[in-house]
Structure formats: structure tokens, C-alpha cells
Design a protein around this ligand. Structure first.
Ligand SMILES: Nc1ncnc2c1ncn2[C@@H]1O[C@H](COP(=O)(O)OP(=O)(O)OP(=O)(O)O)[C@@H](O)[C@H]1O
Length: 708
């Protein structure tokens, strides 16, 4: 394939391939290698330790396996490393810099669950991912060429036109979905890959090939790879460079994979010959409580042995050098650093250098003190100049990295910008316009099978004919008024319910995909939201329009203008109802709650619509103001009875006006149902409904339903 290098690494048959960019393309994705260090990671949920003091280091080119029994905290650790869970304590660093939002696009996180739009094919899924996540500097052809290549090297060619599928519609197999999941993430040429159970659901052959691919990916591309695995075969086990064994959320072993057998032997747990070491160590950490404690104690003891990575020894510095140092402050003063007025605590360090502790809002800049081996940095996380309230830590740093650094002390996942290493990954991969265009197209393509399914067509046509037959050729006389109103009210309420519940039911499955993509920083929420409105609009209005085209002429068309105006209000009402459904879907995580709220709202809307109850008690009239159907229904009457053929009075007539006239004016017909508003005001209110609920939906997604 032109433009694709031959230093391939992914196995396909007997050959090995690289799903990577050509050198020219690679220039557009300048990810430098990342070293991952996590120290003393502790997470508690509902006062229960899920992870406690877990530490590890993975260098570029290395493959770290996280193993342990089910429920020991593997996924939680991966979530922490991806910055998706707030730590109770501990630090995660990438290239010695604290994990922050800027790294999101350098990290690829392949989730345990394969979350996709079920109706898109594998190829469409990858194409959209490439269009959204590869930078605008690559042309469309280059992006598609890369998709072809990824499909080829992951051996997905034969199933590229198969839908992803779900439990209702069978699509890709489990293994194919898993590879598709990895393919989507590999598109961005990530520097750090986190994969949660990538081999689950694969047969041993497929699992071996996948793991060897990842191993070669790490080695050849200098990538950092972390995987969680349950029970690897011995072949797979020996592919790992490093192993982190977890037991009850604590480190049972961290180090080279080829030293783990010795570690267990040293505490009297000797692996039998020809036994899979992975099975052996997992059996030990699933053993009795005494056995677990013995292993955990041995692991704690190993932290002070010489071969324990010195990058992880923060507690040594904390307890000795930094403690002594912090107690040695001798004066405070104010100064200006990095353009911010800061309180600076300045003191000579233990080795004769100066240390400056500086605090400005949430950002901190410190100069380090030099310890005999490394640099000890003290970080004050409070606004108080009192050293007793400072939280401090010590970390070995390279000298060039110590000039200044910025600390995000709120959350690992929140924003923090370093002046150094500023690259494209801080920005969105594509501009708003590209995101909007691609997402509109994808929304249309994804929603079409769902919204315009054969069943929906049958239902619409059947209902249109039924309504047309029921109200067939209605005469323009007083006794027919109620029937004409019946058709209008039925049409508006039916399409309100259809659109509202359609939006409600489609949202939960869509939300998972959107959350996954938002977490990886693929696009702006605003681009998605706008694209959703635009992309789905033709689909939302198609079926009500078909219904109208069938049923209204059967009633008897009196003017083209009336035909189109009635259609316009029917569609406007449908779009408003969809907005409300979308808003409720965004608010409620629980489907049953959202269905209940929707049922109450839509039924109340019907009751107060003006057709079913005409004598609404005065203290309840405000409810009518909240009924969206009410406004559309009123407008349809205004149009039908003022622009259409006049309605003849009956003899005798219940309208007083018929004493002096043969026709009933629209105002009299509307007055039968209580007070009414002019056409323009009803229309304006419908547009206000539309805008308010769309904006509220966005606000909820933006601020209250942010993916963690
Ligand atoms: N949000 C949460 N609320 C309550 N408990 C949680 C939550 N998230 C995780 N846990 C608990 O934390 C523990 C670790 O969960 P985690 O999913 O990390 O385990 P795991 O090792 O990945 O398991 P498995 O191998 O079965 O996927 C489990 O006991 C789980 O029940």
C-alpha cells in the first residue's frame, strides 16, 4: 500500500504488519514516547478501599500486565491511569508530568465492553473515527487510506461491511468486535495504550496473536502498553515485560515478569515444573487470608530492596529529606513568578541550595532542592503560607524538568497546561466545522435504520389510511367541526408521543458511545449536539409528513396553503416533542424514571391540549400553558377554519352568530375551547419550547452528565 511503511508488526497470517502511519502521515501525529509512573494510588468507594498504595512504572517500549483475581481492582486501576477516576491519594505521571487533560489524546483506552453504534458497519465506524480523530492536516484520501490499512492489518477485511450488531441484531463476532475496538483506538497513533481485558472472549490462538501484536507494537513503535488479563497462557505470560499482581486492591507483586517465580519461591511458594506460572501466582493470591497477607507483606518488604525502581520510592524522600527540609523554613516573602503574585517561602536546603515554595491560585511553581541522587520537590497545595498545612511530596526529576512545573491540584482529569511540550494534542484533532459535518452525516446514517425502520413505515402508512378513512370527506358543516378537530388533535398527539418516546428510547444506547468518544476527547459536545439536531431533522419529519400526505387529502383538501401550513405545525410540534424527550433522556440515567416522567408529561399535555377537556378549572389553566400540543392544535384550527372553506351553520345552531350569518367564524369555534392566542404567538411559544428544551438538554449533558 503506498505511503505505508513496511516495518510492520501486526500478525496477519505468517507475515507481520504495522497499523501505523507513513512517515509523512506520522508528522501529523507527533506523539512522543511516554513513561508512565504511578505511585501510591489509593481509591476508596463508599468508604471501602478499592486500591491501596498501588505503584508501578512502565517505560516506552514495555508491556505491563495487570493481573489478579476478579474484583481485585484491575479495571479501577486502568480507569485511574486514564484519568477517569479521582484518586484519594497517589500521583500518576506521564514523562514526570502530572496526568492532565492534555494527555487525553495521547492515551488510548480500550474498554472491556465494546461500545459501538449497532447499525453502522465496521468500515463506517472506522471511517467516522478516522474523520473525527485524525487531524485536519491529513486529507480525506489519506484518512481513508489509513482506514484501509488498519482493516487489512487487523485482518478485518472479510467483515468490514458487517454491522457492529447488538443483542437484537447479530453483527460482528466477539473477537472481531474486540479487534474493531482496538482498531478505533489505534487510529490516533497513541503513545500510551491501556487495554482492559483485550483477550476476553477470544480463543487461545486469537488471544496469542493479539498479545504478540501488542508486544511488537510496544517494542517497534516505542509505545507504552498496559493490559489487564485474567488467566493468560504461559506463552502470553512470558511476553509481558512487567507484571503488577493485585490482591484485594493492593500490590502483591510489581516487577519484571521473569522474576515473579523467584519472588514466590523466596516466601516458600514454589511453582511446580511445567506449571503455568500465571495460573500458579493467581492461585496463591486467591488463597487463604494468611497466604494473602504473607504475599502482601513480602511485596511491601520488596519496596526497600535495591532492585525496586527508584522512581517509585517517594516515601523515602517524604519521610526523611523533605520532612527535614519542610521543618527548616526560615522566612516568607512575596515575589512574582510566572506572572503571578505568590507567597514564597524561601529557605536554604540541606545541600546549600535554595528552595522556593510558591503558590498562586491553583498553580504552583517550585524550584527543586537537590538531594544526593535526585531532586526533591516540595509542593504546597494550600493557600496558607503556614508550612504545616502544606501537602508535600518528593519525586526524582530530571534537571531540565525542574525549572518550573504546574500542578493541577483539583483533579487528575482536569485541565492543566504546561508551558513545555505544548503540541497539537492539547487542541481538538479536527475543527468545529469538520466535527459538525462528520457527526451530522454519522447521526443521519446511524439513526436512519432506527427511525425509518420498515415497521415504522408500515405503522405510518396504515395509520394515515385509517385516519383518512375514519374522517373521510368531512362536510364543511357545523356537525363536522368536532370531527375535524378530532383529526387535528389525534395527529398532533400521536406524533408528539412518537417523537418524544423515540428520542427517549434512542438516547441510552447513544449516550454510551458519546460518553466513550467524549472521554477520549474526539470532539466538542457542541458540535455533536448541533449535528444531532441537523442530522436527524430529515428523519424526524419524514414519517409525520407521509402521514399528513396520506390522511389530510382524504379529509378533503380545500387549499394548498392550508395543506402546507397544517403540515408545518404538525412538524413543528413533532420536533418540539423530540426536544423534550431528548432533555428528559439526558436528565435521567434510569430508563424507568424517564419513562414515568415522560408518561406524566405527555398525558398531561394531552389532557390540557384543549380537545378532551374544554372547561378547565381556572386554577388549573396554567397547566394548559405548559401543553405543547395545545399551541400546535390551536394553530391548526386557526389555519383550517380561517383559510379553508367556511363552515356552514346547522339549523338549529348552537352558535349565536348563526342567527345573523350562514357561516361560523374561526373565533367562535376557538371560543368553544376557552381562551385562545393568535397564530403568531402560538408559533413563537412553540419555537421557545424548542429552543429552551434543546438548550437545557445541552446544559445537562455539558455540566451534569459529563463522562467521568
Ligand atoms: N462505582 C463503584 N461502586 C461500588 N463498588 C465499585 C465501583 N467500582 C468498582 N467497585 C468495586 O471495586 C472492586 C474492583 O472492581 P474492578 O472492576 O476494578 O475489578 P476487576 O479486577 O477489574 O474485576 P474483573 O476482573 O472481574 O473485571 C469490585 O469489588 C467492585 O465491586
Amino acid at each position: 500500500m503506498p505511503g505505508i511503511p513496511h516495518n510492520n508488526f501486526f500478525f496477519k497470517g505468517d507475515s507481520v504488519h504495522v497499523p501505523c502511519l507513513s512517515d509523512e502521515q506520522r508528522q501529523h501525529l507527533p506523539h512522543k514516547p511516554l513513561e508512565l509512573i504511578f505511585t501510591n494510588v489509593t481509591v476508596t468507594i463508599q468508604k471501602r478501599f478499592i486500591l491501596k498504595d498501588v505503584s508501578g512504572i512502565v517505560k516506552p517500549g514495555e508491556l505491563l500486565a495487570v493481573m489478579g483475581p476478579s474484583g481485585c481492582g484491575k479495571t479501577t486501576l486502568l480507569n485511574c491511569l486514564a484519568g477517569r477516576i479521582k484518586l484519594d491519594s497517589g500521583i500518576i505521571r506521564l514523562n514526570r508530568e502530572r496526568l492532565n487533560k492534555r494527555y487525553k489524546r495521547k492515551i488510548c483506552y480500550v474498554l472491556q465492553q465494546d461500545i459501538f453504534f449497532p447499525d453502522l458497519t465496521l468500515r463506517q465506524t472506522l471511517q467516522y473515527a478516522a474523520l473525527l480523530r485524525l487531524p485536519d492536516s491529513l486529507t480525506y484520501e489519506q484518512k481513508m487510506q489509513y482506514v484501509d490499512h488498519i482493516i487489512d492489518v487487523l485482518d478485518l477485511t472479510s467483515c468490514q461491511h458487517t454491522i457492529m450488531g447488538d443483542y437484537m441484531n447479530r453483527g460482528l463476532s466477539g473477537g472481531e468486535k474486540k479487534r474493531a475496538n482496538i482498531a478505533c483506538e489505534l487510529l490516533t497513533n497513541p503513545a500510551l495504550m491501556l487495554l482492559d481485558e483485550p483477550t476476553s472472549g477470544l480463543d487461545s490462538h486469537a488471544a496469542y496473536h493479539l498479545m504478540s501484536s501488542l508486544k511488537k507494537y510496544a517494542e517497534n513503535e516505542n509505545k507504552t502498553v498496559v493490559v489487564t488479563v485474567h488467566q493468560p497462557s504461559s506463552q502470553i505470560f512470558h511476553m509481558f515485560d512487567k507484571l503488577l499482581l493485585l490482591c484485594n486492591g493492593q500490590t502483591a507483586y510489581f516487577g519484571d515478569v521473569n522474576k515473579v517465580v523467584d519472588f514466590f519461591s523466596n516466601i516458600g511458594l514454589v511453582v511446580k515444573p511445567h506449571y503455568n506460572p500465571a495460573d500458579f501466582i493467581l492461585e496463591q493470591v486467591k488463597g487463604s487470608e494468611e497466604m494473602k497477607e504473607k504475599i502482601l507483606q513480602a511485596s511491601r518488604d520488596a519496596r526497600i530492596l535495591p532492585d525496586y525502581p527508584h522512581e517509585l520510592r517517594t516515601e523515602l524522600y517524604e519521610n526523611t529529606i523533605c520532612h527535614q527540609y519542610i521543618n527548616n523554613y526560615n522566612h516568607n516573602r512575596h515575589n512574582r513568578i510566572n506572572g503571578h503574585v505568590q507567597t514564597i517561602q524561601n529557605a536554604p536546603d540541606l545541600w546549600g541550595n535554595n528552595i522556593i515554595h510558591a503558590k498562586s491560585h491553583s498553580r504552583i511553581s517550585t524550584t527543586p532542592i537537590r538531594s544526593p541522587n535526585d531532586l526533591c520537590v516540595s509542593i504546597c497545595q494550600t493557600h496558607s503560607p503556614d508550612s504545616n498545612t502544606c501537602v508535600y511530596t518528593a519525586l526524582p526529576m530530571k534537571e531540565e524538568e525542574t525549572k518550573s512545573f504546574w500542578l493541577d491540584n483539583e483533579s487528575h482529569a482536569s485541565s492543566s497546561v504546561s508551558s513545555s511540550d505544548y503540541d497539537f494534542s492539547w487542541q481538538w484533532p479536527t475543527c468545529f466545522w469538520t466535527q459538525f459535518k462528520v457527526l451530522s452525516r454519522r447521526n443521519f446514517q446511524e439513526a436512519r435504520p432506527r427511525m425509518l425502520s420498515t415497521l415504522n413505515w408500515v405503522q405510518t402508512v396504515a395509520l394515515g389510511i385509517m385516519a383518512g378513512l375514519l374522517w373521510f370527506r368531512l362536510p364543511r358543516t357545523e356537525p363536522a367541526i368536532h370531527d375535524i378537530q378530532g383529526w387535528m388533535f389525534f395527529s398532533t398527539t400521536y406524533w408528539m408521543l412518537f417523537a418524544h418516546f423515540g428520542a427517549l428510547y434512542s438516547f441510552p444506547s447513544e449516550r454510551e458511545v458519546i460518553n466513550k468518544e467524549r472521554q477520549s476527547g474526539a470532539y466538542r459536545l457542541s458540535a455533536y449536539y448541533l449535528a444531532k439536531m441537523v442530522g436527524e431533522l430529515p428523519l424526524t419529519i419524514t414519517l409525520p409528513a407521509i402521514y399528513h400526505v396520506i390522511s389530510y387529502p382524504m379529509l378533503g383538501v380545500h387549499s394548498t396553503k392550508v395543506f402546507f401550513l397544517l403540515l408545518a405545525f404538525l412538524l413543528l410540534n413533532t420536533i418540539v416533542a423530540q426536544s423534550v424527550g431528548f432533555f428528559i433522556g439526558a436528565c435521567c440515567m434510569d430508563m424507568q424514571v424517564s419513562v414515568t416522567i415522560s408518561a406524566i408529561y405527555t398525558l398531561a399535555t394531552q389532557l390540557f391540549g384543549g380537545y378532551l377537556a374544554t372547561n378547565i378549572p381556572p386554577w388549573l389553566t396554567w397547566m394548559q400553558r405548559l401543553s405543547m400540543v395545545h399551541y400546535a392544535y390551536q394553530n391548526m384550527q386557526i389555519v383550517e377554519f380561517s383559510e379553508g372553506s367556511p363552515i356552514e351553520c346547522a339549523v338549529p345552531s348552537k352558535f349565536d352568530v348563526c342567527k345573523n350569518s350562514s357561516y361560523i367564524p374561526v373565533s367562535e369555534i376557538l371560543a368553544m375551547e376557552g381562551s385562545s392566542l393568535p397564530l403568531w404567538l402560538n408559533t413563537l411559544i412553540l419555537f421557545v419550547f424548542l429552543l429552551v428544551f434543546r438548550i437545557l438538554g445541552y446544559v445537562v449533558l455539558r455540566y451534569f452528565r459529563r463522562p467521568k
